[in-house]
Design a protein around this ligand. Structure first.
Ligand code: RFL
Ligand code: PHB
Length: 392
């Protein structure tokens, strides 16, 4: 592989944001180099999102990588919220005319990687000491090492698609960025197992014992989560203990149908809300988790990332046609959508989890709100509209 010394857009990070941006720009005739610190297998080994909004599916189509998604993705016209022994279906299709698609982030990433490889586009995996320079000049640079040798790529722009722990946001002077953050006092323990889902659509469950989510990757593979303590370790959760706890958090008439089986992946994720403003510094644009994090309850993280890079690709195309207004408006345009998804994810997290500090009163408030939601089509519509995703 020859690494060019110059490109139009250098993309740091080969997660879904970086790879989708690369593909969208390629379709528009704009050159990119993607620089990733991990191996391709490591990137594919991370089990994360499962629910795609229509906006995300549209962008994957535009990028030319939606064939397998259309063949294997599961369109869901509804989603369920349960509490105590009750379960309310939110009819996404009837309330909004839209649906969501269940298709794993791993598969999205694999499709994007395959497309990039098939087009012969340069992706540098296992880059060491990645650093970005000259962000406020006209020719920013990315430096890194590969097999011990130093490299430098000059670009017109750098896209910081390197996630929450990446180097791009950290390279913006501290007095330029303002950050907002909320850390939640619990995590999600998730497993993958080859058993059929207990219900053909997702169930978000509020129970006195804490939150649970029944999700899936296919009609024979489930992704299930339970709210857990931040001190918990996966070793403390053998499969039997996981399934017993998961079952107790579902309404009894659903729990009795539960089929369990051995897990082949188990991990704990902390929950956080985070936004860094603005999403641009000079010639550096932040996109996806490098700029913002949502708790996974609303299934918004990957969808926000896709929205960001969709807007960035549009802005860069306009720039190369001679119109710089798009790149100047990029941050404000993204943040309007980001903050609404932050609000929804925070609200949905607050409604569905046990917050020890809120005690019995807090639990009563949640139960009253869920009871109201069951009675109020107006409130169901608000939830549905946010869940299927707001327009770009
Ligand atoms: P990623 O996926 O973190 O990718 C960033 C990439 O950058 C690389 N990197 C670097 N590369 C070069 N130099 C450096 N210095 C670097 N530092 C880091 C990393 O190795 C990595 O490959 O960010 P990106 O692309 O912005 O994508 C964001 C999404 O991954 C994320 O928002 C979602 O996974 C969030 N999320 C969900 N989103 C949804 O839309 N729907 C869901 O159903 C959903 N479920 C979830 C989720 C996230 C979860 N966890 C574990 C946080 C469920 C969970 C449990
Ligand atoms: C998942 O399937 O991993 C998933 C689904 C919905 C969420 C979060 C995660 O809100």
């Amino acid at each position: 592989m020859t690494i060019p010394q110059r490109t139009q857009v250098a993309i740091v990070g080969a997660g879904p944001s970086g790879l989708l941006l690369g593909q969208l720009l390629h379709k528009a005739g704009i050159d990119t180099v993607v620089i990733e610190q991990r191996s391709a297998d490591y990137v594919l080994g991370r089990i994360r999102a499962g629910v795609l909004e229509q906006v995300t599916v549209d962008l994957l189509e535009q990028a030319g990588v939606a064939d397998r998604l259309h063949a294997e993705g599961l369109p869901h016209d509804g989603v369920n919220l349960s509490f105590g022994d009750r379960m309310q279906r939110i009819d996404l299709k009837a309330l909004t005319g839209k649906h969501v698609t269940v298709y794993g982030q791993t598969e999205v990433t694999r499709d994007l990687m395959d497309a990039r490889r098939a087009e012969g586009l340069v992706t540098v995996y296992e880059a060491g000491d990645v650093a970005v320079h000259d962000l406020d000049g006209t020719s920013p640079r990315v430096t890194f090492t590969l097999d011990g040798r130093p490299h430098e790529v000059r670009a017109d722009f750098i896209a910081g698609c390197d996630g929450y722990h990446g180097v791009c946001r950290a390279s913006v002077p501290q007095d330029v960025l303002k950050t907002y953050e909320r850390v939640y006092p619990f995590g999600w323990l998730g497993i993958l197992a080859d058993v059929p889902p207990v219900e053909h659509e997702l169930i978000y469950a509020n129970s006195e014992r804490g939150f649970a989510l029944s999700s899936m990757r296919s009609s024979t593979r489930v992704r299930c989560y339970v709210q857990c303590s931040l001190d918990d370790k996966v070793e403390q959760w053998p499969d039997d203990a996981f399934w017993a706890e998961f079952k107790r958090r579902l309404p009894p008439h659903v729990a009795e149908r539960l089929i369990t089986g051995p897990s082949f992946e188990k991990s704990i994720a902390p929950l956080r809300s985070f936004v860094a403003e603005p999403m641009r510094f000079g010639r550096l644009f932040l996109a996806g988790d490098s700029a913002h994090i949502v708790p996974p309850t609303g299934a918004k993280g990957l969808n926000l990332a896709a929205g960001d890079v969709g807007m960035l690709a549009e802005a860069l195309q306009a720039y190369y046609r001679g119109d710089p207004a798009g790149i100047d408006g990029y941050s404000a345009r993204c943040l309007r959508r980001v903050w609404k998804a932050e609000r929804f994810s925070w609200w949905f997290t607050s409604l569905m989890h046990r917050f020890p500090e809120n005690g019995e009163f807090g639990f009563k408030m949640q139960t009253a709100e869920l009871d109201y939601l069951c009675q109020s089509e107006a409130m169901q519509k608000v939830v549905a509209e946010n869940y299927v995703g707001l327009p770009l």
